[in-house]
Design a protein around this ligand. Structure first.
Ligand code: UD1
Ligand code: CA
Length: 479
């Protein structure tokens, strides 16, 4: 069996990203479920690197903290002063004395890059036994980017930054995407020869290509199949553009896999979300984070699901949900707010203007209208009347309410936790319940009704109410 090729990944992420005008470093801005850095690391994953190094500098602590969350095995290496991409690369390799084989280098700000493209770059590089390979793309507007200068035979001669380029070189529309594969040993040697003799007075990683070509080492270009993958985000307008492109890519992939997306332009689904075939996503909906939607579910319109699991055949209409589990064939909405710890059983219902938190609903349980359910367990087939409040908070602590199987809670009830309603028990509408209602009992806390005869005529004489009452009384006499 041949040994796996030895590889190291380096992500350059020390720059400030001035044009973002942000307190957050550029690589920590996010689009559709991951930061820029997170997307780049995900694209690099198939390289199966022995080690992944991330060069940090600007706001290094924030970047390190994020890295510890999303890629704990990646090693942050500090570049205290940002003296250029070549300088950054030298510091990265100094921190990896044992690296051998191929080093894959990625700019930290190219979130649309696909894993397949990185794999193709590595394969072209390793198959060609080259010292260096650059990912290039043909673009309409190359402004600001390094240009690929080819020799008479069509091979790579060098990479020239725009600010150092002649008019002739500026006219080239083939650009450097900032993604490379190098032979580690040859890269180390070439990095030692970099100068700062350029317009910015920085060490350019791109100069390595010219240096290697001059001494006769094999250098090459791998052209990206889709130039959009190589786009970087320098300001927030560009970031929004990339976000829309990623949205379209995600939606198209999902539709091809059998998901109905009724209005792809207003449907925003994170890369981290899974949606099964034959689910339907209606317009103006966002599915974020660790959200999973099973087959036949109908989501939206106007629904946001964050970290929410939706079972097969469930319906979720005009709802905001965070950290909830919605059971198969359950129905939610319109205008519902599901908060963390909500777990709805099969065919259960949370209706209009209902808020739930830490609430378990058994199979077939119903909370149809205008209700707050906080810290509660509701048994299968129980019915909670309109306007019920689960009063879970005494001003200091939160307490739990239990409603048994097939219990029936009348409208406008307050259940004052901790309290328990037994299986099959009823609670009379308008009650304030703070003691246990045993199974099969009726709990009622209402005062007895009494009618005061002739009150309107005496106390509200001359009002429309008094007139209406008088007419009703006359009519009563005739009959
Ligand atoms: C670089 C390339 C350019 C290419 C472009 C693609 C060089 C000299 N130029 O230009 O040919 O077309 O990317 O986007 O490499 N960084 C560090 N430390 C530094 C400087 C930069 O870590 O000292 C990081 C940045 O955070 C960024 C990446 O390297 O992630 C690229 O840096 P940037 O300043 O954006 O390079 P460009 O001028 O865009
Ligand atoms: Ca850049």
């Amino acid at each position: 069996m041949s040994q796996a090729p030895r590889r190291t990944v380096v992500v350059l992420a020390a720059g400030e990203g001035k044009r973002m005008r942000s307190a957050t470093p550029k690589v920590l801005h996010s689009l559709l479920g991951r930061t820029l850095l997170g997307h780049v690391l995900a694209a690099a994953a198939p390289a199966a690197a022995e080690q992944t190094i991330v060069v940090v500098g600007h706001k290094a602590d924030q970047v390190r903290e994020h890295l510890a969350e999303i890629a704990p095995t990646a090693v942050p290496v500090l570049q205290a002063e940002q003296n250029g991409t070549g300088h950054a690369m030298r510091i990265a390799l100094d921190a990896a004395p044992d690296a051998a084989g191929t080093v894959v280098v990625l700019n930290g700000d190219v979130p649309l890059l696909r894993a397949e493209t990185v794999t193709a770059l590595i394969e072209a590089h390793e198959a060609g036994n080259r010292a260096a390979t650059v990912l290039a793309a043909a673009v309409d507007d190359p402004t600001g980017l390094g240009r690929i200068v080819r020799d008479a035979g069509g091979g790579l001669a060098r990479i020239v930054e725009e600010r150092d380029a002649s008019a002739e070189v500026r006219a080239i529309r083939e650009i450097n995407a900032g993604i490379y594969a190098f032979d580690v040993a040859q890269l180390r040697t070439a990095l030692g020869k970099l100068s700062t003799d350029n317009d910015q007075g920085e060490e350019y990683l791109t100069d390595v290509f010219g240096l290697l070509a001059e001494v006769g080492s094999a250098v090459g270009v791998h052209v990206a199949a889709d130039a959009r993958e190589t786009l970087g985000a320098n300001d927030r307008a560009q970031l929004a553009g990339l976000r829309a492109m990623l949205r379209d890519r995600i939606n198209t992939d999902l539709m091809r896999s059998g998901v109905s997306i009724l209005d792809p332009a207003t449907t925003w689904i994170d890369v981290t979300v899974t949606v099964e075939p034959d689910a339907v996503i209606d317009q103006n909906s966002q599915l974020r984070g660790d959200t999973r939607v099973e087959t036949g579910a109908v989501i939206g319109p106007d629904t946001t699901l964050v970290d929410t699991a939706v079972g097969a055949g469930a319906t979720v209409l005009r709802t905001h949900s965070i950290g909830a589990e919605i059971g198969p064939e359950a129905t939610v909405g319109p205008f519902s707010y599901l908060r963390p710890g909500t777990r709805m059983g099969r065919k259960s219902k949370v209706g209009g203007f209902v808020e739930t938190k830490n609430a378990e609903l058994g199979d077939g349980a119903k909370v149809p209208h205008l209700t707050y359910v906080g810290d509660a367990t509701i048994g299968a087939k129980a019915n909670i009347g309109a306007g019920t409040i689960f009063a879970n908070y005494d001003g200091v602590n939160k307490h739990r309410t239990t409603v048994g199987e097939a219990a029936f809670v009348g409208s406008d009830t307050v259940l004052i936790a901790p309290v328990e309603i037994g299986p099959g028990a009823y609670v009379a509408a308008g009650s304030a319940i703070d003691k246990r209602v045993p199974p099969g009992n009726l709990g009622v806390t209402r005062a007895q009704q009494r009618n005061v005869e002739g009150w309107t005529a005496r106390r509200r004489a001359g009002t429309v109410s008094a007139e209406a009452a008088e007419r009703a009384a006359d009519k009563g006499k005739v009959e």
